[in-house]
Design a protein around this ligand. Structure first.
Ligand code: FAD
Length: 502
């Protein structure tokens, strides 16, 4: 039997990264691949559910980001999972981009005219694009995204226009959703240039099965029994001494031992770890024996992992106009105001006004009477501690105050709580101000052991995949998928090289 077929690989986590890694290995002929997934379901941060009707709600990922070069877009296309008829409207825009059909209201119930909103939003979008396209002027490169945007906006006549500043604060709050940050003052402006936005816009025309259908395609590529649910890994022991002493005949023929919560043990030649950066931040210390090298621990600490939550409000009937794609909330003084965010004297006061961080409520595809509110950062984490009814009441109060419409009570509510989900502990990665993203992503992705440290040990014992390990596509499902393929390819190359060498 060939070395490839013999090699035992354990994949920790069955999100897009883990499934892609396992599917690639199986396709390449690896016969001993096992996925250990802590949850009772696969998908991780992709969670398609049906809480209100037979129609789906995406609690996690919703959009396919870009088409050209996006393997998930191509997979969906190849398997007829896309709905062509939905290409023309909001679904093709950035998730939080403003469409002509968004209604903007101030807290005193005034509806803002589309032109003033558009002017500020267009400028905001132009300014953020400069950061994403690495076109920042030198004076802005060392700044946080928030400080850069504040400075650049202040130079525009729009800053002095009526409602200009308030709309700008709304834009910043909305951008926090894309960056999964509490505030844009936490986010590096210059590092955004390393994120690559694929051509083709945000593509949300997945059919009635949603993201789950793409997961199903990957699952079909795996032999049955390869994925074990409810197997939470508590310890990954690598560079095992028994192995180094060459006692293969005593049954310890593998350099890695993976131990689950109920003490089941899986021996492996290689383990591909795909748990989220949030899980690594909380558990890396206990999870790995010996502990991870300093460069990896530093990367785990330095990279940011923020929380984005969705609040789905289901009403018995629609109370908004048919052409309204979203109700956006513009505060007189936003929680994004720098003085409010950074003031130490602020203490815990922000908890009292956590709901100010809700950008607005978007309509939801296939659910004519459902709205989805978005909230991020520390306010999202606080919201997660509240009862559903308290969140629901706050949302209805906001909708009534801002729109002045007759807003009925909510019939059902569904709230994501990614920050306190013990299997994720946040939503996705961002690059904090003053952090070198490329260096830290690469350090996180580097396989163990580092050969220079322990020359006698087996190579590629512990590999790392997951969205946080991708230099250019972090935060996304395709980044997660490609990171899994990358680590599988690392093993495939390793064994191909072995076969070729004498
Ligand atoms: C609210 C929200 C909205 C998003 N929107 C989009 C979007 O529109 N488009 C987009 O491209 N991306 C979006 N994302 C990001 C996208 O969902 C993720 O980048 C991607 O799904 C991450 O995949 P992953 O495999 O790296 O990690 P995960 O999906 O987190 O998979 C890791 C797996 O490891 C498991 N695990 C954790 N600990 C253990 C353990 N100890 N033992 C065993 N298993 C363990 C987890 O249960 C999980 O299944 C969104 C995310 C969120 C939360």
């Amino acid at each position: 039997m060939s070395a490839t077929k013999d090699a035992k690989v354990v994949v920790v986590g069955a999100g897009f990264a883990g499934l892609a890694a396992a599917a690639s290995l199986v396709q390449a002929g690896f016969q001993h691949v096992q996925i250990l997934e802590a949850n009772g379901r696969v998908g991780g941060r992709v969670h398609t559910s049906r809480p209100f009707s037979q129609n789906i709600i995406e609690l996690g990922a919703n959009w396919i980001h870009g088409q050209d070069g996006n393997p998930l877009f191509h997979l969906a296309k190849e398997h007829d999972l896309l709905v062509e008829g939905m290409l023309a409207n909001k679904v093709m825009c950035s998730p939080h981009s403003v469409t002509p059909r968004d209604y903007f209201f101030t807290q005193d119930g005034k509806q803002l005219c589309t032109e003033s909103v558009d002017r500020v939003c267009s400028l905001f979008s132009k300014l953020t694009s400069k950061a994403f396209e690495s076109e920042l002027e030198d004076r802005h490169r060392a700044l946080s995204l928030g400080s850069y945007l504040d400075g650049a906006f202040a130079e525009s006549p729009l800053a002095a226009s009526e409602d200009g500043q308030k709309i700008f604060e709304w834009c910043k709050r909305s951008e926090c959703t894309d960056e999964a940050s509490s505030s844009l003052y936490e986010v590096s402006a210059s590092q955004l240039g390393y994120y690559i936005a694929l051509e083709g816009g945000f593509f949300n025309s997945l059919g009635p099965e949603g993201y789950q259908a793409i997961l199903a395609v990957l699952l079909k590529r795996l032999p049955s029994g390869i994925t074990l649910n409810n197997k939470a890994v508590k310890s990954i022991q690598w560079d095992l001494k028994e192995h180094l002493q060459g006692t293969e005949s005593k049954g310890m023929s593998h350099p890695v031992r993976v131990i689950c919560e109920h003490d089941e043990i899986y021996e492996a030649d290689h383990v591909i770890v795909t748990v989220s950066l949030g899980v690594l931040k909380q558990h890396a210390g206990a999870l790995f024996k010996p502990s991870l090298p300093k460069s990896k621990l530093d990367a785990i600490e330095r990279l940011g992992f923020g929380t984005v939550d969705k609040i789905f409000l289901c009403f018995n009937e629609r109370f908004w106009p048919e052409d309204c794609a979203g109700i956006q909330l513009v505060w007189d003084e936003g929680p994004e105001d720098k003085s409010v965010y950074t003031a130490q004297s602020d203490g815990e006061a922000w908890k009292e006004t956590w709901y100010k961080k809700i950008c607005g409520f978007d309509t939801v595809a296939r659910h004519p009477t459902v709205l989805c509110g978005w909230i991020t950062g520390r306010e999202a984490l606080h919201m997660e501690t509240l009862q559903d009814s308290e969140v629901e009441d706050a949302c209805v109060r906001l909708l009534r105050t801002f729109t002045g419409w007759s807003v009925p009570d909510v019939s059902q509510v569904l709230i994501s709580r990614w920050g306190c989900d013990p299997r994720v502990l946040g939503s996705y990665t961002f690059i904090p101000h003053n952090v070198n993203g490329v260096k830290e992503h690469e350090a996180l992705a580097a396989p163990l052991p580092f050969q220079r440290n322990i020359p006698e040990s087996k190579p590629l014992q512990v590999l790392f995949a997951g969205e946080a390990t991708h230099v250019n596509f972090y935060t996304t499902t395709h980044g997660a998928y490609l990171s899994g393929v990358r680590e599988a390819q690392r093993l495939i190359n390793h064994y191909s090289a072995k076969t070729i060498s004498p």
